[in-house]
Design a protein around this ligand. Structure first.
Ligand code: GCU
Length: 646
């Protein structure tokens, strides 16, 4: 059993008249488009013409929708694009959008992907919504739910999915073996029948288990041949396959460093082997020393990705994309944008966000992340040697800045086999939102929120209003009651949930705040770890000094006394007290806005979200009191407003 997310109920006979003008009637993509139009409730009785055209401005995936008299026309260059156009058309009808003028949409991001961290034993790494629906008991699952999922992704504009965890647990590439290959093919065909390319994560050390090879050295002929054979095998069985995502030399994963090879040598070996079949290798930049000694004052984890990768610019094959986490550390509620986005003009780059709310409330707290992602994408990273005048992160990851065709935006997904898919019903707004954002980044967060709300709960103005307010308040609220001013990491190390201010101090993970009674933070400017010097000007100078560093990142870049006065005019310590009280109050306001919707949203959804809010209210107060008391005990500076500290 599963809920219907934002994709409308279907009916058997909706009386829509659909005509096909020029598309291949045997194409499964076209058939799926027609099926949507002839079963979805909302377009019942409409007259729709699908028209194949030959227009450069629409590209591979763009479409144009217009209305002439009573006939709606969806034009596109191919069957794949007309399917995307069809889903958009259906959503537009449901959203009551106007067709007075033709609506032309061309996706801005070439790749729009989700990364599942699903394991074959059903578990999900950092999964907060049940178990995997793609795997069960070491087997692949393909059922109604999978079909619905593919439709849902296409209707939000996604065109890629990685089905398994980057930490591949199996000793070898289980999924590429005879036992599973037919099911892998079936799953890949299912996704591609909705315009979505399927990818898998691989275990870089796989050839080690073959006694004839016993190595994973990327320059070893035997290893090269082994992968060539593997790629030939997979494409002979799974012709629609997209390629591989690789986590190497990170958190215990094997990689080229074992053999004194660079990350580029590692990636290129796989890229050359997969190239004849049109496949791509997505190589993650999440490479750092995870066995750090906290007494080592020189190493700074934030520097790692840039230090390992920036000197490799231009060394990667053209079918490699490097996938970079939005920030330099690890999906905290606030981090600066990774400087790597500004540093590699000759390399394909892709953005990695996380909608699984690992550090942002684990889908028990509401936290609509689209406003955060928009801030990251629109950030001017002053990309070096830009070929266009767009030097933003968005420009880089959509290929505009450097004119590369391979680029994109992805997120670690937040789905599981829970009835509502995402644990918290409102977390589905992140799933919908990321797809829409990657397709059309100029949409505002409010527009995206509104679309999701109407498609999910219908047109009631009060529901639209209240849920929009909740979503828009949620990320700022979470940031307020979390670790302050970009410091991050004040969570329990074992599950990353709940406040534990010293949880990561004195550990091996390289994420320290070093709070004492006088100051907090690590100096990351040129006199400190030098992290800020990885940015291009004028960012480098901006982050050099506390005065010019934006308040919300002050403690990420600088070690400051608690009495330091922020741009806001408040001291660091008073800022901490105030924001923590505000954040917890905001949660009560969000909860009240939801309570107002009783009877206006389905009862079961109302109850589920109510329960989550009960927890969030209590848990945000815990965050407030633990963090505030921690700092009070360190500093003995009282709250100006005299509120309780413990
Ligand atoms: C985080 C997360 C891990 C994950 C890793 C990654 O550190 O906690 O579970 O494997 O990111 O992105 O690879």
């Amino acid at each position: 059993m599963y809920s219907r997310l934002w994709l409308d109920e279907t009916i058997d006979n909706n009386n829509a008249v659909v005509t096909n003008n020029g598309f291949d009637a045997d194409s499964v993509l076209l058939k799926n488009a027609v099926k949507e139009l002839t079963t979805i409730n909302a377009v019942s009785g409409l007259n729709i013409s699908l028209v194949k055209c030959d227009r450069e401005d629409l590209g591979k995936e763009g479409f144009e929708i217009e209305k002439n008299g009573d006939v709606y026309t969806v034009k596109a260059n191919n069957e794949n694009a007309v399917l995307f156009g069809t889903f958009r058309f259906i959503n537009m009808i449901r959203l009551n959008k106007s067709f007075d003028a033709p609506v032309k949409e061309v996706p801005v991001s070439p790749l729009r992907m989700l990364n599942h961290w699903d394991n074959m034993d059903n578990s999900i790494e950092r999964g907060y919504s049940g178990e995997s629906f793609l795997f069960k008991d070491n087997d692949i699952v393909i059922d109604d739910r999978t079909v619905y999922y593919a439709r849902v992704l296409a209707s939000a504009g996604y065109n890629g999915v990685v089905i398994n965890n980057v930490n591949v647990k199996q000793a070898a590439c289980d999924l590429i073996n005879e036992r599973f290959i037919d099911k892998v093919n079936k799953l890949s065909e299912l996704f591609s029948s909705y315009g979505i390319k399927m990818f898998m994560s691989l275990n870089y050390a796989s050839p080690i288990d073959d006694p004839e090879v016993s190595s994973a050295d990327p320059l070893d002929e035997k290893v090269i041949k082994w992968w060539e054979k593997k790629m030939a095998y997979i494409y002979s069985k799974v012709p629609t396959f997209g390629g591989f995502l690789v986590k190497a030399d990170s958190e215990g994963r094997p990689g080229p460093f074992t053999y004194d090879r660079t990350q580029a040598e590692g990636a290129n070996m796989l890229a050359r082997a997969i190239k004849p079949y049109g496949g791509i290798i997505i190589w993650r930049c999440f490479v750092y020393n995870c066995r750090q000694d906290w007494r080592d004052l020189k190493t700074d984890r934030a520097r790692a990705a840039y230090d390992y990768f920036n000197t490799l610019d231009g060394d990667f094959e053209d079918n490699v994309i490097i996938q970079i986490k939005n920030g330099p550390v690890d999906f905290q509620v606030r981090e600066p944008v990774s400087p790597l986005f500004g540093a590699m003009p000759h390399t394909n780059e892709m953005m990695e966000f996380q909608i699984a709310q690992e550090y942002t409330g684990q889908q028990r707290h509401v936290c609509f992340l689209i406003p955060w992602f928009k801030e990251v994408l629109s950030f001017d990273i002053h990309a070096k040697d830009a070929k266009s005048d767009d030097t933003t992160v968005l420009g880089v990851v959509t290929g505009k800045t450097y004119g590369n065709a391979l680029a994109g935006i992805c997120a670690v997904t937040n789905t599981g086999n829970d009835y509502n898919w995402t644990g918290h019903d409102l977390a589905a707004a992140n799933l919908y939102g990321l797809g829409r954002l990657a397709f059309e980044p100029s949409l505002s967060s409010e527009e995206i929120a509104r679309e999701w709300i109407v498609l999910t709960y219908g047109n009631n103005e009060k529901v639209i209003d209240n849920v929009t307010k909740i979503l828009m308040m949620s990320w700022p609220a979470y940031e307020k009651y979390n670790a302050p001013l970009g410091i991050g990491w004040m969570v329990h190390p074992e599950d990353h949930y709940g406040p534990d201010p010293d949880g990561y101090e004195y550990s091996v993970w390289g994420t320290y705040h070093k709070a004492d009674h006088f100051a907090i933070g690590v100096e990351r400017n040129s006199t400190g770890t030098g992290y800020s010097t990885q940015y291009n000007e004028p960012l480098k100078s901006m982050y050099e000094k506390p005065e010019t560093t934006p308040d919300e990142l002050k403690l990420f870049f600088h070690r400051l006394p608690y009495t330091y006065v922020l741009k806001s005019g408040k001291t660091v310590i008073q800022h901490i007290y105030d924001t923590h009280y505000e954040g917890a109050e905001d949660v009560k306001k969000m909860s009240a806005l939801w309570q107002d919707l009783k009877g206006l949203v389905p009862d079961d959804a109302f109850e589920r979200v109510t329960k989550r809010f009960e927890h969030q209210v209590e848990h945000s107060e815990r965050w407030r009191d633990v963090i505030n008391s921690y700092f009070y005990r360190k500093t003995l500076i009282p709250d100006e407003k005299g509120r309780p500290l413990y």
